[in-house]
Design a binder for this molecule. Structure first.
Ligand code: PMP
Length: 284
């Protein structure tokens, strides 16, 4: 069955959705995106995603062509039209179409595209079994805090993992793990401390990260926001990652070495449960 795509003010079947070849999203990866998860037909942490969207747009002097209320209405309309119970809504804002020029064109009108993707989020093999990662050099640019559509570097890193027969890559810079190809990375030390890299331009400021760290602190778990190494990961009791569509997912192996017992650990398992319960309770 064909999905509905929202493109610049209209809802069309996906086969009819069109964007100009002169759109700077296509020519320069000049655009930003967000992915909001859907559980029980409702949006998870919509406010957080919109806040980060505005931050990304601001950093690139881009403007959102609709109001936040209109953006929420579009999300809801697509979820309803496509009958999404579990999955995600993808949204992308690009600078729009203009003659090819490195300078931002003044006259371009930003393009807005949204579509849904149905997918089981709660019941996933990764969550049940944990995933295996390899480490790779972080090949990305210096402004990873801006959620741009230029995703070739993480795609290359993900392919390295796939070719190695593993599930994902943790990217490493100056000896420290930055993050996963499309998620934030964590370890749990043998003292039970949750460690994840502090916010900065080196990583994306995950919306799930913010929620999970808040919930961990509320549950009296100890959290340290600092860089950690691959060696620390190998010596850790547990490792896990977070993202909007994978929630909290255990990591059971890094570069062929088992992390902890080599099975999903209690901290990741508990955080996943707490996060899902909280998300369901506050979904809109
Ligand atoms: N880091 C990177 C590089 C990502 O691509 C993502 C997901 N888009 C995340 C972290 C996780 O962010 P969020 O929890 O907002 O999905």
């Amino acid at each position: 069955m064909s999905r509905t795509v929202y493109v610049n003010g209209v809802y069309v079947p996906e086969e009819e959705a069109r964007i100009s070849v002169f759109d700077r999203g296509f020519l320069f990866a000049d655009g930003v995106y967000e992915v909001t998860s859907v559980l029980g037909g409702k949006l998870i942490d919509f406010a957080g995603h919109v806040a980060r969207l505005h931050r990304s747009l601001g950093e690139l002097e881009l403007t959102l062509p609709v109001t936040d209320a209109e953006l929420l209405a579009i999300h809801r309309e697509l979820v309803a039209r496509d009958g999404v119970e579990e999955g995600m809504v993808y949204l992308q804002v690009t600078r729009g179409a203009a003659d090819r020029d490195f300078a931002y064109p003044e006259a371009a009108v930003p393009s807005l595209v949204l579509f849904t993707q149905s997918k089981p989020l709660i019941d996933s093999a990764s969550a049940r079994n944990g995933i295996r990662v390899i480490t790779v050099p972080d090949l990305r640019w210096a402004r990873r805090d801006i959620k741009t559509v230029q995703l070739l570097a993480p795609s290359i890193c993900k392919m390295m993992a796939k070719k190695a027969g593993k599930d994902d890559a943790w990217m490493v810079e100056d000896g420290f793990v930055t993050e996963g190809t499309s998620n934030n990375a964590y370890i749990v030390t043998t003292d039970g401390v949750i460690v994840t890299r502090q916010l900065g331009t080196e990583i994306l400021h995950g919306i799930t990260r913010a929620a999970v760290l808040r919930l961990a602190r509320e549950a009296q778990m100890k959290v340290e926001e600092r860089p950690f190494t691959v060696e620390e990961t190998k010596a850790a009791a547990e490792a896990f990652f977070t993202s909007a569509s994978a929630f909290v997912t255990p990591v059971i192996e890094i570069d062929g070495a088992a992390v902890g017992a080599g099975t999903p650990g209690p901290v990741a398992t508990r955080l996943r449960e707490i996060y899902i319960a909280e998300s369901r309770a506050h979904a809109i």
